[in-house]
Each structure stands twice: as structure tokens, then as C-alpha cells.
Design a protein around this ligand. Structure first.
Ligand code: PSV
Ligand code: MN
Ligand code: MN
Length: 400
């Protein structure tokens, strides 16, 4: 049945001039990083529901993430969040990850949980608090060196709630000062990925409110600083794929935090709300991967695809699997765009022809392709079902 479906799919794509060997190779090399915090209990400001099955320690989070990798074959690394994942030995944590067949990925400092950060962390008017926040960032660089991580994902909750509450220009200077110290501590193979967000937890002004400010900071710091696009961190109606294309062309797109949103920073399962946006993001990335400038192509190759979701009602491992499969699906669809057809329509200024060349790839059912690749890689054809029927789910069920 699968063979027949794939044969039909192949025939159809071949007739369109799509080289499925290239598509297959690209799909097989897609790596998506899962977040440790997506495997622990999390919630909203209203309540954290405890279902008794979520991972309780950084070690268990890595085990759950490794199970997602075992089933999907495309999640070889796990981002950590400090101090949520604080442990007495990061070397031990690293070995634990490696023994499970995964690596520790980006290190995420946390500047939003200590009482002292109420009025800001690196942009607090109190120099001692700024020092403490910067020291935490430096501690995370040191942790990254121990875990073998190359990326530090930086998100700052800093901002103000009322006009006049803070000196916006002074805070801008303090932010740069802190980041310069962090940048100076990196080894040449490390990066800082700067994440922006348009509001929350601050409701009047946010120090790093958008991609333009993150981009400007990255430019001031140097080539090892790039922008991290969290898909949930934009005002409604923002054209995220445009931002992606712009940053790629400037060689400043470092990575993603994928998640879905309907309203604000909802942190829902990736692709659950607007899968077409995800597809269009991948279209821009794939288009840039064929850019004449090797620096742009190199930027594409180094993109860190990370998931940042934290669910308060869904079972964690299944939610992570769903997100990963949704990312894979949209990537597969974007790989079916005939970019020559798009280019031809663009050069003829054929508006609807160009739109059609992009959209029609989205409309293909790529499940025969994904199943065929899973079969080739020795993976379960239906990772979600395999999880539900497997012994790991039973083991998780005994937690509590
Ligand atoms: C902030 O909303 C954020 O997107 C940052 O990436 C944090 O590290 C993460 O969420 C915490 O869940
Ligand atoms: Mn994020
Ligand atoms: Mn967020």
C-alpha cells in the first residue's frame, strides 16, 4: 500500500521536474532541537497542572527527548534552560545525553525568575543587579563549554510597564554593555542568538522588542551574534517569512524557536494554527539556500531549528512528537516548490503564476514521502502510534 502510494507520488513529482533524491537527502538531514522545558510540567499564569507523567529532573527530560529522537530520527539535540536544568555536574548531564544518543544543544539563560529581576535584569537601573544578571549569562557560557554546546540563546524579559518608569536610552546602553561581556567570553566556534519579543512580561516597553533591535545589537557585537526568530513573538499580522528573508540576506539569521500562536506568545504545538506560515518560512530558507552568495548559503546551513513550546494541558512527549512531525511535513512541502517555475513567473511579472507555483507545493500530500524515508531510516512509519503502543509510554505512565 505504502509502495503504491509512493510510486504515484514519485511519478507525479518527476513529471513536475522535482528531483526526489535531493528532496530525500534534505529531509533526512533536517535536525530539530527539542526544549528540555517542553518535557517538564509547565503552565500559564493561571495554573500549572500536574499530570504526574512529566519529566521531573533534567535527566528525565533528556530521556524523554531521546525517546522523541528514537521515534522520529530528527531530534538529535536538546536545549537546556538554566537554572531550570541546574545540576551539580554538567559533564555528567552531557554524558547522560550522549549515552542516550542525543547531545545538549543551546543553553538558555533564565533572567526572569529571581525576585531581584522584577524591574529588569541586564537593564536594571541598579548596577549590582545588572552585574548579577551578566554573571548569570557568563555562567551559561561556561556551562555551554562544559556541555559542548555552541549556541547561547538569549531572551530578556526586560522592559517597563508605565511611561516614565525607566530611562529607555540608558537601558539600551546597559543591554549592549552586558552583551559585549558575554560576546567576549565566547570561543570562536560559539554564537549568541538574540531573541526579541514584542511584549510580555513588560506591557509598556520591552527593551528588545523586535527583530530590528536584535539585528542592530548583533551587528554591533560581531559575526558570532545572530538573531533568533521565535515565531510566537510578533504582533498579529506580522509577515514573519519576510523577516526571515531579510535576516538571511544579511547573514544574521541564527535560529528559530518554533511554536504556534493564535493571539500572542501562546507556545502551542508547532504548525497547529498556521501551517502555511511555517511552509512559507521554509520557502524563504530554501530559496536562500540557492543564493549566489556563499555567505548567505553558509547562514542557511548553520540555522538552529529549535522548538520552544510549553504546554499546560497536553501530554508532553506526544506534543513534542506532533510538533516535530508538523515541522517535517511543512519542510517536505516547501522542498516540492519548483523554484525555477517561481523565478520564471517572477521575471514575467506573472503575479498569479508565481503565487500558484508556491502554493501548489503546499497542497501535496507528503505522507508517502515521509513514510518512505522513515522506512529507509529504520524508523516507525507512524511515530505517534509507535509511541502510544511502546513501552516507554508505559514507563512514563508509572511516574508520579
Ligand atoms: C520567552 O517567551 C521565551 O520564548 C524564551 O525563549 C524563553 O527562554 C522561553 O520562552 C521560556 O519558555
Ligand atoms: Mn522563545
Ligand atoms: Mn516565548
Amino acid at each position: 500500500m505504502t509502495d503504491k502510494a509512493y510510486a504515484l507520488f514519485e511519478e507525479r513529482q518527476r513529471a513536475r521536474g522535482i528531483d526526489l533524491n535531493v528532496v530525500r537527502e534534505k529531509l533526512k538531514s533536517l535536525a530539530i532541537e527539542t526544549p528540555s522545558w517542553g518535557f517538564g510540567d509547565s503552565g500559564t499564569r493561571f495554573k500549572v497542572f500536574r499530570n504526574g507523567k512529566a519529566a521531573r529532573t533534567p535527566y528525565e527530560k533528556l530521556e524523554d527527548a531521546a525517546e522523541v529522537h528514537r521515534l522520529t530520527g530528527c531530534c538529535p539535540s536538546v536545549a537546556i534552560h538554566i537554572p531550570w536544568d541546574k545540576t551539580d555536574s554538567y559533564g555528567k548531564l552531557r554524558s547522560h545525553a550522549e549515552s542516550l544518543g542525543v547531545k545538549i544543544g543551546a543553553v538558555n539563560p533564565n533572567l526572569f525568575q529571581e525576585e531581584e529581576y522584577m524591574l529588569g535584569s541586564v537593564t536594571n537601573a541598579n548596577a549590582a543587579i545588572r552585574r548579577k544578571a551578566t554573571d548569570h549569562l557568563l555562567e551559561c557560557v561556561a556551562i555551554a563549554k562544559e556541555t559542548g554546546s555552541k549556541d547561547l540563546s538569549l531572551w530578556f524579559p526586560d522592559g517597563t510597564n508605565y511611561p516614565g518608569q525607566g530611562d529607555i536610552r540608558a537601558r539600551k546602553v546597559w543591554m549592549l554593555e552586558a552583551l559585549k561581556e558575554v560576546y567576549a567570553a565566547l570561543t570562536p566556534d560559539m554564537r549568541v542568538l538574540i531573541e526579541y519579543k514584542f511584549f510580555e512580561p513588560a506591557f509598556y516597553h520591552t527593551d528588545l522588542v523586535d527583530w530590528g533591535m536584535a539585528f542592530q545589537l548583533a551587528n554591533k557585537l560581531g559575526p558570532q551574534a545572530q538573531v533568533l526568530v521565535d515565531t510566537g513573538h510578533h504582533a498579529p499580522c506580522t509577515n514573519v517569512e519576510h523577516i526571515v528573508a531579510y535576516l538571511l540576506d544579511e547573514c544574521r539569521l541564527g535560529g528559530f524557536h518554533f511554536n504556534s500562536r493564535k493571539y500572542a506568545d501562546d507556545d502551542l504545538i508547532v504548525g497547529a494554527i498556521n501551517p502555511y506560515e511555517l511552509f512559507l518560512i521554509f520557502y524563504q530558507i530554501l530559496d536562500a539556500s540557492a543564493d549566489a552568495d556563499p555567505a548567505v548559503r553558509g547562514t542557511v546551513d548553520a540555522i538552529a531549528y529549535m522548538i520552544d513550546q510549553s504546554h499546560n494541558i497536553e501530554p508532553k512527549i506526544e506534543a513534542a512528537i506532533r510538533s516535530v512531525l508538523n515541522v517535517q511535513t511543512q519542510y517536505a512541502k516547501a522542498l516540492l516548490i519548483d523554484r525555477e517555475e517561481v523565478r520564471a513567473a517572477q521575471s514575467e511579472q506573472d503575479v498569479l503564476g508565481a503565487e500558484d507555483a508556491v502554493r501548489k507545493a503546499f497542497e501535496f500530500d507528503v505522507s508517502p514521502l515521509l513514510e518512505s524515508i522513515r522506512e529507509e531510516m529504520g524508523l516507525p512509519l507512524d511515530p505517534m502510534r509507535a509511541y502510544k503502543e511502546g513501552s516507554y509510554a508505559e514507563r512514563v505512565g508509572r511516574r508520579g
